[in-house]
Design a protein around this ligand. Structure first.
Ligand code: 5GP
Length: 174
């Protein structure tokens, strides 16, 4: 038989993380495998057109793929971070979690009007994190060409939360 593993085979299900009933998609085995990590980043790169000015990575697993992708393409990486991490002037957006709210921040001078960006994260679940990031990018007058994910949990309908924005993912679980 064909024993060659693809990068998808290095994603591990961890039951009951971060809490009972949740099956967490763990990408760390894929990152630890050089061929798998490289193959996934190459697939992400196929979604980036010549019109893109920068990659926006979402803390923290979005930084891993965002940085690798930006560097491969010779593009800059803009970081969207959890509260209190960015040192200079910021814009901040609050978004809903299952219980309570959280916040994401971007440097005000990270992008400007007319810039076209692709937002990158490891996984799309409900879409709350990515839609807050879309909002931050738009606050700076920049344009979101697409949101790009390694994994999409289709049953959580994140695409609905991101309606109006193009969404691409490499691998979808339904
Ligand atoms: P959302 O805001 O779409 O509900 O959740 C997506 C965010 O939570 C992403 O930043 C992602 O890293 C993280 N996340 C939620 N569930 C998982 C999961 O099962 N595996 C991984 N790797 N990340 C997850």
């Amino acid at each position: 038989g064909n024993e060659k593993l693809s990068w998808q085979d290095h994603i591990r299900d961890v039951p009951d993380f971060p809490k009972p009933g949740i099956i967490f998609k763990d990408i760390t085995p894929m990152l630890a495998d050089g061929a798998a990590f490289s193959a996934a980043v190459s697939e992400l790169a196929e979604f980036i057109g010549p019109d893109v000015d920068a990659i926006v990575g979402i803390e923290s697993r979005g930084f891993i793929f965002g940085a690798a992708l930006a560097n491969k393409l010779g593009l800059g990486l803009v970081t969207v971070r959890k509260p209190g991490k960015l040192p200079a002037d910021i814009h901040s957006v609050e978004y809903e979690l299952e219980y309570g709210v959280d916040r994401l921040e971007i440097h005000r001078d990270a992008l400007s009007s007319g810039h076209k960006v692709v937002i990158v994260d490891d996984l799309l679940a409900t879409g709350g994190t990515a839609s807050a990031t879309v909002e931050l990018v738009q606050k700076l007058g920049a344009e979101v060409v697409s949101c790009l994910f390694v994994i999409e949990l289709g049953f959580l309908s994140g695409r609905k939360a991101l309606s109006g924005t193009k969404v691409c993912s490499l691998l979808s679980y339904n």
